[in-house]
Design a binder for this molecule. Structure first.
Ligand code: IMP
Length: 192
């Protein structure tokens, strides 16, 4: 169900309440799956920061955080597939239960790159939690183990997700309005 925020007139795709309920469900699922274990949550900056903060607090099993950052080149219509690590893990993940926490699984290039990279570190287990999944955009064959919401090919902002670095602070997940509505004229997907 779509509603509209009072302050900005943005169309809300998922409200903060819907997000909160779904994140809590994922947390409970992770608690069941990792009962008696320890986990490392690896957030992909910057988009996943807010999801990781909420997810971590929905998880009761012993967990620590780490963060990586990547940059992607030629996104949107000019996808080159090149993903580069610009901030590495702070701590070793060898022998650990790792969950990569990402805002959106889109083409899959980012998570495919990170999964291959992390597998080389020989973690005890490696899973993916993505708040949003856009399967229709997939280029790489990759699925998340935990998905908040599956959405069609829509560009979304808020709850950590940006357009040209703006809107990450919106508490709801909103649909990106037409460019003219926000005074931006950038047809490409934004830089992370
Ligand atoms: P991919 O799966 O490698 O194509 O890239 C996923 C990344 O692209 C996400 O982590 C976001 O940073 C960005 N992204 C993809 N779709 C959106 C969107 O709708 N809004 C904001 N960022 C997006």
């Amino acid at each position: 169900m779509s509603t509209t925020t009072t302050h900005t007139a943005l169309e809300v795709l998922f409200s903060r309440e819907q997000i909160g309920r779904r994140v809590a469900e994922i947390g409970r699922q992770i608690d069941q799956d990792y009962a008696g274990e320890r986990i490392v949550l690896v957030g992909v900056l910057k988009g996943a920061a807010i999801f990781l903060a909420d997810l971590a607090r929905s998880i009761s099993v012993d967990n620590t955080f780490d963060f990586v950052a990547v940059s992607s080149y030629g996104k949107g219509s000019r996808t080159s597939g090149a993903v580069k690590l610009i901030k590495d893990l702070d701590n070793p993940i060898e022998g650990k239960n790792v969950i990569i926490v990402e805002d959106i699984l889109d083409t899959g290039l980012t998570l495919n790159f990170l999964r291959s990279l992390f597998e080389q570190h020989q973690p005890k287990s490696l899973r993916i939690a993505a708040l949003l999944d856009k399967p229709s955009r997939r280029v790489e064959k990759i699925d998340a183990d935990y998905v908040g919401f599956t959405i069609p090919n829509q560009f979304v902002i808020g709850y950590g997700m940006d357009f040209a670095e703006r809107y990450r602070n919106l508490p709801d997940i909103c649909l990106m309005p037409p460019d003219e509505a926000v005074g931006l004229a950038a047809p490409e997907l934004p830089a992370r």
